[in-house]
Design a protein. Structure first.
Length: 268
């Protein structure tokens, strides 16, 4: 019986379907290489950059800005800035506690770390504490305190803003055309003169502002003597994000109730 024909079937093209396993492996390789390059970059970066990158991964949705940019994410950066302010605050407290009249003054000195920086409030008593009543002339205690603060603040690179505030009682000092607006700015300017002659650098003073009674410390008691005060703001070195700028514009352009701040002196 003759053998049947032998049929050879050739399959053209590539072999069977390979799947996408190779793509996954390649993606893993690329990811690993990227992670390696990031680690190598971080190892050669400054400590500040390393802290900022670490802060991003700890708080990806944080509101603080990254070092050298206005991007959000470095939540740890704000903590670092506040930590610096804590050290400044401790140094100032140590300087102030050395004053002979500290026990009498301590209730009228308050230091608080805020979004602006370190705010130092020097509040008045009923019969005056740091300034003569109804006058822009500092008392002996006021001069001593301002000198002590200037000696410590003059060592810093931070800018200083000086504010004057009054209570809502109309000025009754007897000067014609003189009001709480003039008094608030004159007190702030008097504080500036004393501090700059006692160690504060001339370029450190960024603003001298007077708000009269527009920003009371005791909101529900506008006549409270504590509303009469001098505020010193030690500003953050890296301040400059949009939020701070808008806030600063409001402070130099308008009072708390939308009234123009008539008496404001700003260094050019």
């Amino acid at each position: 019986m003759p053998n049947g024909p032998i049929i050879i079937k050739k399959i053209s093209g590539h072999g069977g379907h390979h799947g996408g396993a190779w793509k996954v492996a390649y993606a893993d390789f690329v990811t690993a290489m990227m992670a390696l390059f990031i680690v190598l970059w971080l190892l050669n970066s400054s400590k500040q950059v390393q802290e900022a990158v670490g802060g991003y991964f700890k708080d990806p949705t944080g509101s603080s800005k990254l070092v050298g940019s206005s991007m959000r994410g470095a939540g740890q950066n704000l903590d670092l800035r506040k930590e610096d302010m804590k050290k400044i605050k401790e140094a100032l407290e140590k300087q102030v506690k050395a004053l002979p009249d500290f026990d009498k003054l301590k209730k009228h000195i308050e230091m608080t770390i805020t979004a602006e920086g370190l705010r130092i409030e020097l509040t008045e008593a009923e019969n005056g504490t740091f300034f003569e009543l109804g006058s822009a002339v500092p008392s002996a205690s006021g001069q001593e305190l301002l000198v002590a603060l200037a000696q410590e603040l003059g060592k810093l690179p931070n800018s200083i803003s000086i504010e004057g505030h009054t209570d809502s009682k109309p000025y009754s000092g007897g000067l014609s055309g003189y009001s709480n607006w003039e008094l608030s700015v004159d007190r702030a300017n008097a504080a500036r003169k004393i501090m700059q002659s006692s160690g504060l650098q001339e370029k450190q003073v960024s603003q001298v502002r007077g708000f009269a009674d527009q920003r009371p410390r005791a909101q529900n008691s506008p006549d409270d003597p504590a509303n009469r005060r001098i505020s010193l703001i030690v500003q953050y070195l890296d301040k400059g994000n949009a939020g701070d700028k808008s806030e600063e514009k409001d402070e130099t352009g308008n009072g708390a109730e939308g009234k123009p701040a008539e008496a404001v002196t700003t260094k050019k």
